[in-house]
Design a protein around this ligand. Sequence first.
Ligand code: SF4
Ligand code: SF4
Length: 173
Amino acid sequence: MQNKKELKRQKLDNSVWGIIKTTLIALPIGFATIFKHLFRRATTIEYPFKKREMFPRYRGRQYLERYDDGTERCVCCGLCAAACPADAIYMEPMENEKGERLAKIFEINMIRCIFCGFCEEACPEEAIFMGPDYEFAEANRDAFIYGKEKLLVTHPRPENILKKLWRKTRRLF
Ligand code: SF4
Ligand code: SF4
């Protein structure tokens, strides 16, 4: 009998304490947390409408570089393919009309690539570099084999008008 009374009193105590805890302690703490984050800058972005700028050292998809006159820098030496731990690079050489060596076929299998950057480091011509791009979803596996048509940078390069204006302004002073 004594035990039953004791249990009842404890239950009542617990429920009263529970109500106090919820209304006077937990709720204000919860609201304080909400208000604290209400006026902060959001850390999420509305991808794909907005895109996050990648860090300068980020290693995204590869590009093949050109000289200023548009000729290809790659001499098809094969060092990048030899350095590649994923065996993702395939190339075949040829010579142009001046007898200069260049790649007839240069392919990177983007499914195999692990974005280690060894190809970029191994290249003696600074012909291959990893850009900031990270979106290369495709509908079929064959499209992941990037050939020269996808890897070579466009020539002439599309100019950023703001950068051009900035350069011109700087020249004036
Ligand atoms: S980033 Fe690494 S894995 Fe990808 S092609 Fe270059 S060397 Fe190979
Ligand atoms: S990208 Fe560089 S390392 Fe690779 S084949 Fe061309 S010149 Fe050689």
